[in-house]
Ligand binder design. Structure first.
Ligand SMILES: C[S@@+](CC[C@H](N)C(=O)[O-])C[C@H]1O[C@@H](n2cnc3c(N)ncnc32)[C@H](O)[C@@H]1O
Length: 377
C-alpha cells in the first residue's frame, strides 16, 4: 500500500466513512504525496491529460492580448480616481501549476505592451510550497514582478493590515483568472434513491486493501428540490462542488475593480441536471484515458468533474459582480482573433499558430466543451 493510501486508510478508520470530497482532496492535494504534488509533468503530452496551455503559446498570448485591452482601458480611464488606482494593476492567476501559462502571458506583454507591462504586478495564488517552487523556477526571468500568496486570505491580510480602516477597500485592481482550476476542486458525489425518494452521499471506506464505496445518509447538506426528481432512475448520480463556489466568492471579495474570469469544461445547471446523464461527470484520467474506477491508483490518476457554471455565476453575482459573458472557448478566442487581425497584432500566421488555434477552438477538441465565464466589478 502506498504512503498516500495509508494516510487515507487511517483517516477512514478514524471517521468510519469519508465523504468522497475528502477522499478526492487527499488523493489530489495531500501535502508531498497527492497527485498534484508529485505530477509536475501533468498536464502534458507525457502525463495523464493535456490542457489548452499545452497546445502551445498561442493560448497564453491570446489571453495576454485580451488582458492588455481590459487593463489599458483602466489605466487610461477618464475617471481620475480610477486612473490613480490603476497606476499599478494586477493579474492574478490561480491553479498556475508549473507556471507555463504565466510565462506565456508575461513574455507576450513584455514584448508587445512594454509600457503597460511596467505597471503590471503578476500574483499567483498557490497553497502548495512545492508547486510554488516549480513556478518560481519557470518564472525566474520575471522575478521582481511576480509574487506568491498561499490564499486570498493571506493576500487580504497583507494588503489591508497597513491601511487605515477608513481607506480599506478590496485590494485588487485588475484581473483574477484561472484555467482548469475549478474542475480540479473536490466534489461531493450524490446518489438518488428512487425507492425512498431521497438523496444520499457517496462516501469511501476500506475493505481489505481496497477503497470501496459506502452510502452516507442522511445528507449533511441541503439540495434544492427539483421537479425532475420524480423521473430520475435509481442510482442517478450528480456532483456538487461547494469548494468551487467558496473559491469564487473569495476571489470576488478581493476584487475591488476589474474582472474575474475562468476557463474550464462544464455545463449550466440545466445541462448538468439532465435525466439522461445518469452517472454524473466525475472521471479519473490515467495516461490520457478515462478510467471507471475512481478509487483505484490513488495519487497516480487525476480526478475531475465538470464545473456547474450556473452555480459559479450565481455565487459571483451574489457578491456584487456583473456577468459580462459566458461563452464557449471557441467563441471567446474567435472574438480575440478578430481583434488581433484588425490590429495586425500577430503579423503573418505560421502554420504552427494556425494548428494551435484549430485545436483550441475545434468543437471536437477544446472549442465547445470548454466555457469561459467573465464577471466584472
Ligand atoms: C488541471 S490543473 C491545471 C493547470 C494549469 N492551469 C493548466 O491549465 O495547465 C489544476 C491546478 O490547480 C491547482 N489547484 C487546485 N486547487 C487550488 C487552489 N485552491 N488554489 C490554487 N491552485 C489550486 C492544482 O494543484 C493544479 O496545479
Amino acid at each position: 500500500m502506498s504512503t498516500l493510501s495509508e494516510i487515507i486508510c487511517r483517516e477512514a478508520a478514524e471517521r468510519g466513512v469519508l465523504p468522497f470530497a475528502r477522499f478526492m482532496e487527499l488523493a489530489l492535494y495531500c501535502p508531498v504525496h497527492g497527485y498534484y504534488e508529485t505530477e509536475k509533468d501533468n498536464p502534458g503530452r507525457h502525463g495523464d491529460f493535456y490542457t489548452s496551455v499545452g497546445v502551445g503559446e498561442l493560448f497564453g498570448q491570446f489571453l495576454a492580448f485580451q488582458f492588455a485591452e481590459w487593463l489599458q482601458a483602466e489605466v487610461q480611464s477618464p475617471n481620475p480616481l480610477a486612473r490613480e488606482q490603476a497606476s499599478k494593476v494586477q493579474i492574478v492567476e490561480a491553479g498556475a501549476h508549473d507556471g507555463r501559462l504565466a510565462k506565456d502571458i508575461l513574455a507576450w506583454l513584455q514584448l508587445k505592451r512594454p509600457k503597460l507591462f511596467d505597471q503590471i504586478e503578476y500574483w499567483v495564488i498557490e497553497p502548495s510550497p512545492r508547486r510554488q517552487k516549480w513556478q518560481k523556477e519557470t518564472l525566474k526571468n520575471f522575478a521582481p514582478r511576480v509574487r506568491w500568496f498561499a490564499s486570498f486570505q493571506s493576500l487580504l491580510q497583507e494588503r489591508t493590515c497597513h491601511s487605515s480602516p477608513a481607506t480599506r477597500h478590496p485590494p485588487l485592481h485588475g484581473i483574477i483568472f484561472s484555467n482548469e482550476l475549478l474542475d480540479a476542486m473536490p466534489v461531493h458525489r450524490l446518489g438518488w434513491d428512487a425507492k425512498s425518494k431521497k438523496w444520499f452521499e457517496w462516501g469511501v471506506t476500506v475493505s481489505g486493501e481496497k477503497f470501496v464505496w459506502a452510502r452516507i445518509q442522511p445528507l449533511a447538506f441541503s439540495l434544492q428540490p427539483s421537479a425532475l426528481e420524480s423521473v430520475l432512475p435509481d442510482g442517478y448520480t450528480i456532483e456538487t462542488c461547494p469548494a468551487a463556489q467558496n473559491w469564487w466568492r473569495e476571489a470576488a471579495n478581493v476584487l475591488g475593480r476589474g474582472r474575474l474570469l475562468t476557463i474550464d469544461y462544464g455545463f449550466t445547471a440545466d445541462e448538468l441536471f439532465s435525466p439522461g446523464r445518469r452517472h454524473g461527470t466525475l472521471r479519473a484520467y490515467f495516461r490520457h484515458h478515462a478510467r471507471d474506477d475512481l478509487l483505484a491508483n490513488v495519487g497516480e490518476q487525476d480526478l475531475t468533474a465538470h464545473v456547474n457554471f450556473s452555480a459559479i455565476q450565481k455565487a459571483g453575482e451574489a457578491c456584487g459582480l456583473t456577468t459580462e459573458s459566458f461563452s464557449t472557448q471557441a467563441q471567446f478566442l474567435t472574438r480575440i482573433l478578430e481583434k488581433t487581425l484588425r490590429e495586425k497584432t500577430f503579423g503573418d500566421w505560421s502554420s504552427a499558430q494556425t494548428r494551435q488555434f484549430q485545436t483550441l477552438t475545434h468543437p471536437e477538441h477544446l472549442g465547445r466543451a470548454f466555457r469561459v465565464l467573465v464577471q466584472s466589478r
